[in-house]
Design a protein around this ligand. Sequence first.
Ligand code: MCA
Ligand code: AMP
Length: 491
Amino acid sequence: MIQLIERASHHTDRIAIKSTGESYTYQNLLSASESIATHLLQGRTDLEEARIAFLVDPSFDYVRLQWGIWRAGGVAVPLCTKHPLPSIQYVLQDTQAETVIYSKAYEQLLSPLFENDSHQFIPLEGFSTESGDLPDVPMSRRAMILYTSGTTGNPKGVVSTHQNIEYQITSLTTSWEWQQDDHILNVLPMHHVHGIVNVTLCALWSGACCEFLPKFDAGAVLGIFSKGEVNVFMAVPTIYFKLIAHWKSLPEEEQENITNALKQFRLMVSGSAALPISVLEQWRTISGQTLLERYGMTEMGMAISNPYRGERKPGYIGQALANVTIRIADESNQTVEAGTSGEIQVQGPNVFQEYWQKPEATTKTFTEDGWFKTGDIAVFEEGSYRILGRNSVDIIKSGGYKISALEIEEVLRSHPEIKECGVVGLPDDEWGEIIGACLITDNKEFDLDRLKEWLKDRLPRYQLPRKYIFEADLPRNVMGKVTKKELKKMF
Ligand code: MCA
Ligand code: AMP
């Protein structure tokens, strides 16, 4: 039995979700997800881990689909609402999705795929409201596949079981003292752990209310905050940066109203990328809140967190969460002494099961003795972990999104006028990093604006290079390998 769903029956009358101006109780969510599950089963007793992809905005619809898929025994594959068609197609093919559910807003985008016999496409509006027998889904079942970019090949599907997800939820609900009366505003995309687990599922596990704002807008967020209902918020550093900038632009009276509301919050969390100390300090001045910074990854949910009670150290990510074991290891996967830097390695029931149908990649990401290798470099000092960087320059974090430089290079190289290229992350106050692309072309009148348009059909907006340089060649070492450190300096 999936505990998350079972728990909902203990507070059926409470408001679970607010979205698009409506409020939905836990009972509404249970009934709606039961209908989805019944419809998906189409007479079968269990979906037996069939992959069901869905493309809908963050909303009640999203959650009723997610729960419906789970209750029917399927694997939920949430699609990114900002992806262009080729990226969506990749996920559908890679997961061999049996069914794709979409809302009206995405019909046009998906329509070129409707002829494809490999998937059944169902509009959200096409679901019946019948109810029927549902299977008893074991916790060891695969529950969700989320896509993450790495340093080799195409994005990989991270498979988490119901058990993994439950541990990811409960380590946060206990450590951050989630309560029934909490009300969180969700402004995050719903194809990543941050929005799915930390915000939505923690709230629903606790009998609390999750309010969706499907598209982040700094003014709208501060407007909702000033009403005084929301008391918990979680976001990436870029969002806090944008909220600070917007607050500064407001007249004094409005600033004061918002500040008074912010002071009443129980908890505000930052994560997915390093929180600049300047952002932490400015937000503290505006809101009276010391942001709680935590560290996580798609493959494991959250692993390290500053304390809910106790000192939240600026520049540090805190200590291991409950049930999570952390070690800092050297290149031979041996634990190093405190104060020495090394890779963060993680063990615990929160850690994912596998990369979808990529056994070699799965084996490679674990040490022989079973530790998950994060690729993040950190040091443990004065009782806290501090992130120092990553072990690959080809992973970029921009706006909290993890982006592979190599994937962007591959797309650029497929352009007929680009002979060679190199992509790097460049430090940026607002975005953490922005993407820089160095292009090698023979065309002296290369049309950059046309390239930018061309890229928009092939990459999501957050993966678009923001700075371009043109060079005769890329910097290389004696082995002929592009030296990205040198390339960064050239921008
Ligand atoms: C958008 N723009 C950018 C970028 N993205 N510019 C530079 N770098 C970028 N990365 C530009 C657009 O082109 C546009 O400019 C303008 O900014 C607004 O674009 P829009 O798409 O509307 O942006 P936004 O909606 O304001 O998005 C900013 C955002 C978003 C809300 C911060 O990036 C976001 O939702 N990030 C969160 C990602 C996340 O949840 N990551 C968690 C994964 P113009 O108008 O000139 O074209 S990590 C995770 O899950 C692990 C487990 C963890 O630890 O949490
Ligand atoms: P993703 O693979 O998209 O889940 O992103 C996970 C990565 O985000 C981690 O491997 C880290 O590099 C980064 N990350 C998450 N939280 C933090 C944090 N608080 N500080 C620095 N980096 C972080």
